[in-house]
Ligand binder design. Sequence first.
Ligand SMILES: [Zn+2]
Ligand SMILES: [Zn+2]
Ligand SMILES: [Zn+2]
Length: 142
Amino acid sequence: MRNLFLALILFGAILSVNAQTNLALPVVKSSIGGINIYGKPIDQQTRCQHWHSELDVIAIKFKCCEKYYPCFSCHEEEADHEPKVWPKSEFDSKAILCGVCGTELSISDYQNSNNTCPKCKAAFNPGCSKHYHLYFETEDQK
Ligand SMILES: [Zn+2]
Ligand SMILES: [Zn+2]
Ligand SMILES: [Zn+2]
């Protein structure tokens, strides 16, 4: 049983190495206004291998490591730990980065932004709200 478990981990590691080399999109080192973007960004506006539409221009700072990632999957694939969500009491922390102008927004600013950067008026992806629970404490979380 234990060996099977190890074999699975090994297999997973091989798969992820292959996945990285087979992906068509290149990973770029991204830094916006001196803030590093981790994970798998593909441009200088925080688009990543998972989310790269016209509107995907924000990065989220994760509570666990205080590093900006373009998305949850980027954190999942690149970070060596479980993600933590921001508790409501810390929604005034700056944890959202506009990839267009480099402004950092607090979580409340972002949630009240109507999916538009207050500084540069860039449009953010309204679909991100479906994923709030991956980053921020929400009502239905215990
Ligand atoms: Zn983290
Ligand atoms: Zn991503
Ligand atoms: Zn902006």
